[in-house]
Structures are given as structure tokens and as C-alpha cells.
Design a protein around this ligand. Structure first.
Ligand SMILES: [Zn+2]
Length: 259
């Protein structure tokens, strides 16, 4: 009997999570009002430098994001001046569950992680006296000296949650913003536009200027490719969002082309 009660409670929790996610998703794609994005910083390690860096973060640290989305929305004729409103929330002490590495990921580990992530977002993704954001992005800051390569960042459409792994360094601020913008767009339905094996942008949808002649080097990156193709084999990440665009394929996926 206890077992069936436990299963019943679990199913109820899943039902609530699923219906909330459906409502959030439904609200998100209408683009009638700004989508409210909450950024929640978290120090990924105990280093004093990482803790100090997280403490210095301010709303201005993420100021490049709103104008990037606004500029791109304008290009597509979206009648909404500020499609994404970015708000900084107080840093969290509890770390989010780490996403399974792409190599180790299977449907079961992915679903299990996404449920734990949604639980985490439900518990920690709000602050007293402030409205709960539509999209919650948890940014885990790592010491670049400890972690030269960062774990994978993820954006979930269901539940509209992003988990971004970033470097605790001002020099990496531009790259961090690119990753945040990429994961935010995942939460509203954009898909990746790079080759998972090689990181190469997919042609033409992952190119900022697919019609450019000659095709290489691309000066700008399509945001869901995250990198720009320098040659047929090489690609790099631009220094800042100024050199990124939302391509037409991504614009179609997030509902910016239908009007
Ligand atoms: Zn992605």
C-alpha cells in the first residue's frame, strides 16, 4: 500500500511539473509581452577568487543580452521592443545537479537529470518579493585555472530552464554572454546548429551569412551554432555577442517569422 501511495504522490508531482511546464511554454511563444529571464549565479567551486567574482556580478554584467535580442527581433520585424528582459537574482549557495556529459547521456539519465533540474529550479529559482521569472538561467561560475574546459551547458524547453557553465573571469564575459543567449534560446524552442562531433557550424542554417562569397571566413556566428566557420575545417567563438546573429532557421523555430 505504501508503495502505491508513493507512486501516486510521484505521479501527482510529475503532473504538476508537466502542467506548469505546458503553461510556461504556451505563454513563452506568444511574444505579446517581454519574456522575463532570471539569471541566478552560483559559484562552482570554493576558491575565494570564484566566490569574490560571483559577489561582484551586477545587473550591468549581463547588460549586453537585452540589446542583442532586441536588435535581432527588430530585424525580423517583431512588434516587441524588448523580447527578453534580463534580471539578476541573488547568488545561490546550493549547486544545481550537473548535467550528464554528452558521451554518457542516454534517455534515462537525461530525463532523470531534467526532473532533478526542474525540482532545483522550483526550489531555488525565485526570490521573495520578486515575481518568478518565465525563464530561469542558473550560471555556474568556474575558476579558469581549475577547469580549463567547462562542462556542457544545457537549455531545457520544458520548464524553461538553462544551466550555463561559465568562467569566473571578466575576460570571458563576452563568451559567457554568448553561451547564456544560446541556452535562453533553447528554452523557447531553438535547436543546435552545429555538428556535435566536430563543433563545426552546419551549413546553411548555422551560418550567420550563408550567402557570403567567398563563404569563408565568416565574420559573425549564428547564435545556435555558437561558432563561426573560419575555413571549411576550422571554427572559432567570437569575442562578444556583437559578432553573433539569430539566423532565419532559429528565428522560425522561436516563432519570430510567423507574422
Ligand atoms: Zn545548444
Amino acid at each position: 500500500m505504501w508503495k502505491s501511495i508513493r507512486v501516486g504522490v510521484l505521479l501527482m508531482v510529475l503532473g504538476v511539473v508537466a502542467s506548469n511546464a505546458w503553461l510556461e511554454q504556451h505563454r513563452a511563444v506568444a511574444w505579446r509581452d517581454s519574456l522575463y529571464v532570471g539569471v541566478f549565479p552560483v559559484a562552482a567551486d570554493q576558491r575565494p577568487t570564484t566566490q569574490a567574482y560571483v559577489a561582484t556580478l551586477q545587473r550591468e554584467s549581463f547588460a549586453v543580452l537585452e540589446p542583442f535580442f532586441a536588435k535581432e527581433a527588430r530585424r525580423y520585424g517583431l512588434p516587441l521592443a524588448t523580447p527578453f528582459r534580463i534580471e539578476l537574482f541573488p547568488a545561490l549557495a546550493a549547486p544545481p545537479p550537473l548535467a550528464p556529459a554528452p558521451a554518457a547521456a542516454n534517455p534515462l539519465t537525461t530525463v532523470w537529470w531534467s526532473l532533478r533540474m526542474r525540482w532545483y529550479a522550483w526550489r531555488f529559482g525565485s526570490a521573495t518579493g520578486r515575481p518568478t521569472p518565465h525563464v530561469r538561467v542558473f550560471v555556474l561560475y568556474h575558476d579558469p585555472a581549475l577547469n580549463p574546459a567547462l562542462p556542457h551547458s544545457v537549455g531545457l524547453r520544458k520548464g524553461q530552464i538553462g544551466l550555463v557553465n561559465a568562467f569566473a573571469s571578466d575576460a570571458q564575459g563576452g563568451a559567457n554572454a554568448i553561451v547564456i543567449a544560446h541556452e535562453v534560446l533553447h528554452t523557447v524552442g531553438a535547436t543546435d546548429k552545429y555538428d556535435a562531433e566536430t563543433d563545426a557550424p552546419l551549413y546553411p542554417q548555422g551560418f550567420a551569412d550563408p550567402d557570403q562569397k567567398p563563404r569563408y571566413p565568416q565574420l559573425r556566428a549564428e547564435i545556435m551554432a555558437g561558432r563561426r566557420a573560419i575555413t571549411e575545417r576550422d571554427q572559432d567563438m567570437p569575442d562578444s555577442l556583437d559578432d553573433c546573429v539569430i539566423g532565419t532557421a532559429t528565428a522560425a523555430e522561436i516563432g519570430w517569422l510567423t507574422r
